[in-house]
Design a protein around this ligand. Sequence first.
Ligand code: ADP
Length: 490
Amino acid sequence: MVLFEDQAYQPKILVIDDERRIREGCSKILKKEKCLVDVAGNGDVGLEMIAERHYDIVLTDLMMPGTGGMEVVSKVRERSPDTVVIVITGFATLEHSIEAMKNGAFDFIPKPFTPDQLRVVVSKALRMTRTLQDIATEKSRLKTIVNYLAGGILVTDKEKNIILYNPALLKMLGYEGNALNDKPLSDLTTDERLHTIINGILDLKEGEFRTLSAEIDPQGGEAASPSSQLFLRAQAVPFQSGSGEILGSVTIIDDITHLKLMDQMKSDFVSMVSHEIRSPLTTVLSQIKILLDGLAGELAAKQADILSRMSMKINGLVELSNELLDLSRIEAGLIVQDRKELQLVDILGELVQFFQPRAKEKNISLRLKKTNLPVISADPKNMEEVFSNLITNALIYTPEGGEITVTGEVKGDFVVINVTDNGYGIPTDEVTRIFERFYRSKTEKTRNIIGTGLGLPIVKSIVEAHNGTVNVKSKEGAGSTFYVRLPIKD
Ligand code: ADP
């Protein structure tokens, strides 16, 4: 029989027995199987040898004068947990063998035994040691990977106790205290958003999988200076048993400070450029107007036509720079300054009134369905901008003869305003992208429409700055509904 498949592997085995016959017999049989075998005549010598070198397997007699096999089993478990112990025992001590196995012995072999019986037990134990070694290697590999990852790693069990973490995590969260193994998450951090996403993951139902992410602020808004401000992003997922039971959470934390700063620089740059472009453009516009009004002399029809077209294009550029400026202001958090108690229905009524002439030009019916809505706290100019953008879009992306309806309703703690049209609609695969900056969906029907792709990002930024959300449902060829949800009490 083959003891183990790996020919190059030489298992190290120690045989402890006070009977010389057994020691030498075992040694002879196992050496033939290419094992490295040492022998000890009593428990004390055996334990000394175990302290000096590592053995894959220890075969020990149970009943020996002095230190007995039971003590050997306990000491080996304590000092060398990846060594497997097999007890050798006479029939009379079968009960003790079972006791030894309860204490951590892997198996037992009753005396007298044949060479084959010994080989079977040792071969089984060797498979066990290889598995234990594989697990130990895997553990050490995982530990090295986790410790040297630049990102923070945090693993908790179902009760939110910490079971794994790495130095990067401690550094990011500024933790300098004691070791955290098996300690509650609150010992590491009290950051509410981190607790919220981890709770969310641990509350998932069996078999459910979700990623929850949040930006967290380890300094609690108290960075020493703006330049030392840290921005972290945490992403949490569950880990599950084979049957899908949630066993705990794994959270990865990335330092996104440099991305945030770059984004800030980009916004500042865009804001500066659009501001600088806008003034000369408006000057050019007013000068063209002087020419068109004939204040610098009569114009031929052709000249007036060219100047009108120039004026239209420049107007487009002014609009673009206005929108860019708006967006960077909103992103810098500057725009929601003037919150007031207001009645959205009033603003919507005025806007629907204001846009009637444009609707009539396209023979579109534009209506507001009157409803009683509660007062909300918002910046009136911002609200005007949101709904004028949505109504303008509806007018632009609806063909002649179409219908646009603005309605409002209360849903829980929110006011929801719907702007519905039966126009061109948006292709399904693009619906999620239209709130991105500069994104414009172009279909057969809409490709000639000019725009900046900034209207909806502005709408989204304003609504989110008011702690609301904006969504859209749309079907190409059938129309679109934009939903704006705003909290009644902020
Ligand atoms: P713009 O209208 O300047 O292109 P927006 O950000 O306002 O920029 O809109 C982005 C895109 O979303 C538009 O290009 C258009 O494709 C689509 N869109 C917006 N509103 C509607 C609507 N009511 N119906 C169909 N498509 C729309």
